[in-house]
Design a binder for this molecule. Sequence first.
Ligand code: 5GP
Ligand code: ZN
Length: 111
Amino acid sequence: MCIFCEIANGTIPAKRVYEDDQVIAFLDVAPTSYGHTLVVPKAHIDSFLDCDPATLHHVMDVAQKLARQLMSNLNCDGINVLTNAKEAAGQTVPHFHVHLIPRYEDSAKEN
Ligand code: 5GP
Ligand code: ZN
């Protein structure tokens, strides 16, 4: 079973910041910046390319809500919202996920 499926079913621990019946969001174990969050469908979907429209819509809806929360809670100046699809594009975990990476005008505040 893949690592994000194991996080979704609770076998592997993670710092969860959001959960509903279809989606889970948790902090990245190797954050690019403080607050780096991953938004993940609970069902195993290999990548963005394989995601059905309804799930994609819900994942992005949750991603937007969490991005807005990060903006106000962390007082960051911007946020990268991205997904890597396939190994050649940098995907290392073969379970669809959207990265939320808070950004700061002063990069010294990123960590
Ligand atoms: P990708 O390279 O596939 O776009 O992103 C995978 C992300 O998952 C990386 O940023 C990596 O740090 C994170 N990651 C990998 N394994 C784990 C884990 O076991 N727990 C958590 N919280 N994040 C993980
Ligand atoms: Zn999986």
